[in-house]
Each structure stands twice: as C-alpha cells, then as structure tokens.
Design a protein around this ligand. Structure first.
Ligand SMILES: [Zn+2]
Length: 419
C-alpha cells in the first residue's frame, strides 16, 4: 500500500521547479502613457528604480500611447505605486505576486515529470532527447543536424522536416531566441509533431511536406532557456560574458548584421537589449547565419517566433520605410491572421515591425530579408498581457493550434507563389 501511495505520489506530484531566484511579492504593472510628460516620468523612474520592462522590450521603445508592462522588485513596489499615483498615471497591476503566477503556469496536467509533452513546457534535456527521437521515429520525414554550439558549448540541433526528394524550397523557422518566451519553443515542437502526424491525413500538410522542407530550430537561445529553468525564469538574453561581469548576456535579436548597433538597441551590457560588442559576435548567431547563408539558394521563407502581444510582423524593423514587396507581405500577413483567428477568434494585429511596435536594428527578421529571403515574418504569440511570459501550460494547445493555421497559410503561399 505504501508503495502504491508513493507511486501515486510520484504520478500526481505537481512539477516542482527549483529556481534559485524567486519572485515573491514582485509585481507586474501595466501603465498607459497619455502624453510626453508621462513618458518622461516613466523614463526617469526607470533610471532610479530597476524596472524589468516586459512590453515593449525596453524603456527606449516607450512612446506616447504605449501600454507599458514592467516588473518591479518586492522592495520597490509600494514606492513605484505611490509615484504612479502622485503623477496621475493610469495603471493596473497584472500580477500581485509573480512567484505565485510562475507556479501556476504548470497547469498542463499531472503526469510523470520525466516525460516530454506537447502540452507542457519541456526542459532543454527533454527537447534534445525529443529531437533525436523524432528523427529515429520518422526517418522518411525528419532528420537532425547540428549547426553549431552555444556560448556554453551546448550543441544546437535543427530538425529538417519534409519528404526527401531532390532540391526543394525551404522555410527556415526558429523558436526561443528570447529565453523567457516559453510558448515559442513549445510551438516549434508542436509544429514538428503536427507535421509528421498529419502528413498522410491532411491534404495541405501532405502537399507542403512533399514539396517543401522546413528547417526548424526548436530553441535558438539554449543557454538562456536553460537559465530560465534553473536560475531566473525572467531571463531574456544569452549567457555570454560581457565587458561587465555583473551583467552577462547579449540580446540575440539585436546581434544580427542588419544595421547592427544603430537604433532600438543599447551598447550597455546591463540592458535587456544589449546588442553585443559587434555584429554576429555571438556563437548562436554565427551558427544560424552561416547555416542560412549556405542554404540561401533554396530558402524562400523565414519565420521567427516570439511572445507576447499577438502580432504578425514583417520587415523592416530598422527603418520606417516599407519593404519593396510590402503589399505582398501585408496581404499574406492579413490572410494568415484571418486563418489564425478563425479557430478561437484570437485577435492579431499585423504590419512592418518599425511602425507596428517600434524600430530596432540587428533583428533576425531584417537580416533574413536583406539576405534575399523575401517572405520573412515574426510572430509575437499569445497573449496580450494577462499572463505575458508566463502563459499557463493549459494555453499551449489552443495557441499552437491557431498558430498552425497561420503558418500553414504562409507556407502554402510560399509554395505556390514564391519564385
Ligand atoms: Zn522576443
């Protein structure tokens, strides 16, 4: 009996995540900034109090009219609240106790902790083992290649998904360039599963996999992702040493050679949007850019997955000007978003990054586009801030199901229209 109870205990134990960094009594605020004075006020506040800006990605991107979500340490919350009130800033509190919410995100069912699951968040070790398993289980559709190593020497694995047959068009997709955006790697895993499982039953998928290859990097920023599981759930950058030993990490999505180091970035290592010492300084970026350059002759599409804010974006990010094929990108994005919304009514906006959210340089999207991949898109997946980066596991399935519709639409467009 005792054995059975123990066994049941193992079975139903909620997944305890041992994080050395806790977020007890930390709050996440949302403020609405209505004029320049309020923007200046928040910028001043950010220079005196440590604010972890969740949305937009940095205080640099804050302008009139933006909703700004930010996390404040427990010792500063009452000060911040008083300041907001005294300055007449409209605000709401998204999370009163972040630690509690972090624990609540693991609501994806109670199973053996050791097992990989598509409806739960998986640690990196499980994802690695999964990549190997998928290649073994579906040898006719999936193969695995290593494209490089991370700063901390972890192998970067890419899955090639598609029926082997001569030279085909390729769509490159990556997930998890920002470590704390966990729904993103969950989507890449979901995509691979859905592709191989529906290949024979879904006409569109059959056509796509017969005529296209998807190259999928399930976790781009592996070191950062591991760090979010073991040390700091709110980590965004990679784990490289910088010139400031207190502030490791480069924002990988500011490190690409796309007007690197110019706009919407910081040259300070402690910033969340630190662009690194030079373009492509990071091993993760070198691995991805050399791989893509080697395969440029076949790559027709590039799609990157982030969270959160429900937006589908296309170039440019580093300038306000529209891309030469803006009309086409706009049309594809509009249709993709309509397909996505058709399932649960989830509302997405879409448009060029610079004018839809904010301008920034060094992004993968612009780099891919400037390399000649004319169908380049970036998703900001669910949600709109109710859960932000800690979207509960129970939302993985609906998020992935609706996103599949959008991605299939883009892929089908690329297959049938792109030269
Ligand atoms: Zn991101």
């Amino acid at each position: 009996m005792r054995f059975i109870l123990l066994f049941l205990g193992l079975l139903v134990a909620p997944r305890a995540v041992v994080l050395t960094r806790r977020f007890d009594s930390e709050k996440v605020f949302r403020v609405k900034l209505q004029n320049e004075n309020q923007v200046d006020f928040l910028k001043d506040l950010a220079s005196t109090v440590q604010l972890d800006i969740w949305h937009p990605n940095s205080i640099h991107h804050v302008v009139v009219g933006t909703d700004v979500d930010f996390r404040v340490g427990s010792d500063q919350t009452s000060f911040v609240q008083t300041e907001l009130e005294q300055n007449g800033i409209q605000y709401g509190i998204l999370f009163h106790n972040l630690q509690e919410e972090i624990e609540k995100q693991f609501d994806g069912g109670r199973h053996f902790r050791e097992k990989h699951s598509y409806t739960r968040y998986n640690e990196w070790e499980k994802i690695v083992a999964w990549t190997e398993r998928m290649a073994k289980k579906y040898p006719k559709l999936v193969s695995r290649v290593q494209i490089g190593k991370t700063y901390e020497d972890r192998p970067m694995y890419l899955l090639k998904v598609g029926k082997e047959s001569g030279k085909k068009k390729v769509i490159f997709m990556d997930c998890g360039i920002h470590a704390r955006e966990w729904i993103s790697p969950a989507f890449c895993q979901w995509f691979v599963k859905q592709a191989v499982r529906t290949y024979e039953t879904d006409k569109v998928m059959f056509k796509l996999l017969n005529n296209l290859n998807f190259y999928i990097l399930p976790v781009f920023n592996i070191d950062g992702y591991v760090w979010t599981w073991t040390e700091d759930r709110m980590w965004r950058k990679n784990r490289a040493n910088t010139s400031n030993s207190d502030c490791p990490g480069v924002d990988l999505n500011r490190n690409f050679k796309a007007k690197w180091g110019t706009i919407g970035i910081s040259h300070k290592p402690c910033s969340q949007i630190y662009c690194g010492p030079s373009a492509e300084s990071e091993p993760e970026i070198k691995a991805v850019t050399s791989f893509i350059r080697e395969h440029l002759s076949s790559i027709r599409g590039y799609i990157s997955f982030h969270s959160y804010s429900q937006i589908l974006m296309f170039p440019y990010a580093y300038k306000d000007e529209t891309a030469p094929n803006n009309d086409e990108l706009n049309k594809v994005a509009k249709e993709a978003v309509e397909a996505l919304s058709s399932l649960y009514g989830t509302e997405y906006t879409y448009g060029p990054t610079a004018t839809t959210i904010y301008p920034c340089s060094g992004s993968s999207l612009d780099w891919a586009y400037d390399e000649g991949i004319k169908n380049a898109f970036t998703f900001e997946l669910r949600d709109l801030g109710k859960y932000g980066f800690i979207l509960p596991e129970s939302k993985i399935r609906p998020t992935c199901r609706e996103t599949m519709l959008a991605v299939k639409h883009i892929a089908n467009y690329i297959l049938t229209s792109a030269p």
